[in-house]
Design a protein around this ligand. Sequence first.
Ligand code: CU
Length: 69
Amino acid sequence: MVNQVTLNVQGMSCGHCVSSVENSVGKLDGVNEVKVHLESGKVDVSFEEDKVSLDVIKETIDDQGYDVV
Ligand SMILES: [Cu+2]
């Protein structure tokens, strides 16, 4: 089952932040698509609920040094 969420993430300020988040989340098994919107601080994620949980996605962003609010 595909789920689609938009997360609010604080601390992303440049292209490097965008790639850190997009690459780390994009690497997770079960994530179909991840798109960072730098200006609004939003991250769209499309993922397979039976393969990866939202918690793991949030943790992965957190591990890169950003805050999911
Ligand atoms: Cu940055």
